[in-house]
Ligand binder design. Structure first.
Ligand code: MOS
Length: 721
């Protein structure tokens, strides 16, 4: 099976996204945002808004909706919109207007007069650095680590003992998810039960969060979301539209639809925080790394709810070294909160680390691939558990050959008006799993259903369910119907952390094993077609002593409409035996115009070791999407904050994203070594690793082409003048 099952529905407009849901009597909510970055709301005059045409109700911190404090397993303490008068960032939700139409709600919102007692706001990372605090061990943060060789007193000593040292500071910009589908929700109550249609990455998790903030039982929340228009960390938690729509619908006893506008998405959701990273690499003349020091500062909101863990909380640094020091600090600012974004930590962290490695290669006059090979690790530094399966060298061999790396000159080359350069970088992303449960049903008509309460935010999980389901049941994929995006299904894996295939895939295999065992036993029971025989199962058929029978026919013969079983998987003993990571080699060629200094990416290649690849078409799509994300980080994306705290480019005209003309053909290759030490399926996950390393590969290529090292992304034309 290569085609994406939900593809035709998505491209023909038949997929029901949250906002496509419409119910009789439905009202529309419009969220009001703060227009200062720091202060207290002293009054909100909603008189005019309340009497505007079509307005049903107006909510504010002076007249809030009923929401209860709740600590989410994944997201920590949930922020409750409209529950405090303190404003801690520009664009913070402070009100909700509910009206008969969207336009009426929006117009009335413009009539609300907000009075503030404004306080000084700290909005710039550079200004904030002086206020840095140690990052607590909370969501997204990475604890400090120090590993020193015997006899070495400190990381500074180890660096001092190194023949060659590169010590530089790198910066990455704030990014916003800017998902195609803005955060939105439609809420409908039926008695004490809520149906919520809102994009998420795990419907069971959303149901739990909504139940928590609404003060009802999780079983009373039905979270429905078969289609999600982009998430990648940005919809891991329930957003303000979800909470406000649900609470307003309850208060008004009518369905409520609520969506953010494109501009609102940039502040009323959450961002990938900006970072400042200091890296020091010390090496011998032959390139052997002696010391790696990586100190990171992540912007964070004043709620201190998320830190971009650039110092690799999960996979540590990537190279074999005797001496390693990692620290993570946060810089609290009056800016919107941060959250997970595709390869959180690794994407921004790899820009700094892999740029520094390129700088070290230049300082050593050594090929950058050779330098990386010499320092390849068997295990994370200071950890006794070796990588379960690592084929990074092979990724580089294949990549170097396909990309024509041998033709690269240390100073690039010139082609007419264009300076051409090549760059490379390593990509790593930890191999993780989350608990997942899947239910499989065999039907008397010879079909099967595979269902889980996870979500498919565009990653292709729906197709993976069918593929692994068919494989586990040994039947044609066309006979398997996958279902997800509904909290009434078995609590499925989270679509995040590149875990869904490994987590749900393992659960599918366990469910299928149990189901087929039961089927075989039923076939041989007294009165059943294979009574008393030794029965086996293969290719959808039960095999007895005298013949075969399709499973559907057997179910009919024993008077069963269906037979079902659940399978659950969770990370377990394997975590005590090995370290797990996916690996990749990123390559990029850029052309920099000698006069205008514009940078064009002309070729891209990524070779990845992600364990077994279940669906090459979809895996390639995930990886090329990630690689584009890397180019975007390197050359396009950056949310700029004015001193007032107002985002300066909160729209698609000025928040630059690469378009087709910016991206060349992308070559994605796999080395395929199933990692059955990690899970039974052998797949380790390829969702996020495409976004790792590519920004550094671009910057390294720009340096190769121009001789100019840019240590801050996005790279601007003015950096290359
Ligand atoms: Mo992941 S940060 O949910 O792509």
């Amino acid at each position: 099976m290569s085609a994406r099952l939900d593809g035709p529905r998505k491209v023909t407009g038949q997929a029901d996204y949250a906002l496509d849901r419409t119910f009789p009597g439905m009202l529309y909510g419009y969220i009001v945002l703060s227009t200062i970055a720091h202060g207290e709301i002293t009054a909100m005059d909603v008189t005019a808004a309340k009497s505007a045409p079509g307005v049903v109700s107006v909510y504010s911190p002076f007249d809030p909706l009923e929401l209860h404090p709740f600590k989410s397993q994944l997201m920590g303490d949930l922020w409750l919109p409209l529950h405090d008068r303190d404003v801690i960032f520009y664009g913070q939700p402070i009100g909700l207007v509910v009206a008969e139409t969207f336009e009426q709600a929006r117009d009335a919102a413009g009539l609300i007069e907000v009075s503030y007692q404004e306080k000084p706001a700290l909005t710039s990372m550079e200004d904030g650095l002086a206020t840095a605090e140690d990052a607590p061990e909370s969501r997204g943060s990475a604890p400090s680590i120090e590993v020193l060789a015997d006899g070495v007193e400190s990381i500074a000593d180890a660096l001092a003992q190194s023949s060659v040292v590169v010590a530089e500071t790198y910066r990455t910009a704030t990014q916003n998810h800017a998902a195609m589908e803005p955060h939105s929700a439609v809420a409908k109550w039926d008695g004490g039960e809520l149906s919520l249609y809102s994009g998420n990455q795990a419907s069971y998790l959303q149901a739990t969060e909504m139940a928590g903030v609404l003060g009802i039982e999780p079983s009373a929340v039905h979270a429905v979301n078969p289609y999600v228009g982009g998430a990648f960390g940005g919809k891991a938690g329930t957003s303000a539209p979800g909470m406000l729509a649900a609470a307003a619908a309850r208060a008004l006893d009518r369905p409520v639809k609520c969506a953010l506008t494109r501009e609102q998405v940039f502040t009323a959701t959450a961002n990938r925080p900006a970072t400042v990273q200091k890296i020091a690499l010390g090496a011998d003349r032959d390139g052997t790394l002696i010391a790696v020091r990586h100190d990171s500062w992540s912007a964070t909101s004043m709620s201190r709810s998320f830190v971009e863990p650039t110092s690799h909380g999960t996979s540590r640094e990537w190279y074999a070294t005797q001496n390693l020091s990692i620290s993570q600090k946060m810089v609290p600012l009056h800016i919107p909160p941060g959250t997970f974004m595709r390869a959180p930590g690794e994407a921004s962290g790899s820009f700094a680390l892999e740029s520094a490695v390129d700088e070290l290669a230049i300082a050593l006059d050594m090929d950058p691939i050779e330098l990386r090979r010499r320092n390849s690790s068997l295990a994370p530094p200071g950890v006794d558990l070796q990588w379960s399966s690592k084929h990074l060298d092979e990724c580089y061999e294949i990549g170097a050959q396909r990309f024509g790396w041998a033709n690269r000159s240390p100073r690039g080359h010139v082609d007419g008006d264009w300076l051409v350069g090549m760059g490379t970088a390593t990509a790593m992303f930890p191999g993780l799993r989350f608990p997942a449960t899947v239910e499989i049903v065999l039907n008397a008509d010879g079909t099967a259903d595979v269902s889980t309460g996870g979500a498919d935010p565009g990653t292709g999980l729906l197709t993976v369910l069918a593929t692994i389901g068919a494989e586990s049941l040994d039947i044609d994929p066309e006979r398997v119907t996958p279902h997800l995006g509904d909290s009434q299904f078995a609590p499925g894996g989270m679509s995040g952390g590149s875990t869904a295939t490994a987590s749900t895939g393992t659960a599918i295999m366990l469910a299928a094993t149990e189901l087929l065992d039961e089927l075989v036993a039923l076939a041989a029971e007294p009165g059943a077609p294979f009574e008393g025989e030794v029965v086996t199962y293969a290719e959808g058929l039960l095999h007895g002593n005298h013949g075969t029978m399709p499973f559907g026919e057997l179910l009919r013969a024993i008077g069963r409409e269906s037979l079902s079983a659940k399978g659950s998987s969770a990370p377990g003993e394997e975590m005590t035996k090995h370290s797990f990571s996916s690996f990749g080699a990123q390559f990029c060629e850029v052309r920099v115009h000698r006069l205008t200094r514009e940078v064009r990416v002309s070729r891209m290649l990524g070779v990845f070791d992600g364990g077994r690849i279940i669906n090459p078409t979809q895996a390639r799509s995930q990886l090329s999407g990630g690689m584009i994300w890397g180019v975007s980080a390197a050359l396009h994306e950056g949310l700029e904050t004015e001193p007032s705290g107002r985002p300066a480019n909160a729209d698609f005209a000025s928040y630059l994203l690469p378009v087709n003309a910016d991206i060349p053909e992308i070559d994605v290759q796999f080395v395929e070594y199933p990692d059955t030490l990690h899970n039974a399926v052998g797949a380790r996950g390829v969702g996020e690793i495409g976004a790792v390393g590519m920004a550094a590969a671009v910057a390294n290529a720009v340096c190769n082409a121009t001789g100019i090292r840019v240590r801050s992304i996005p790279i601007m034309i003015e950096d290359l003048l």
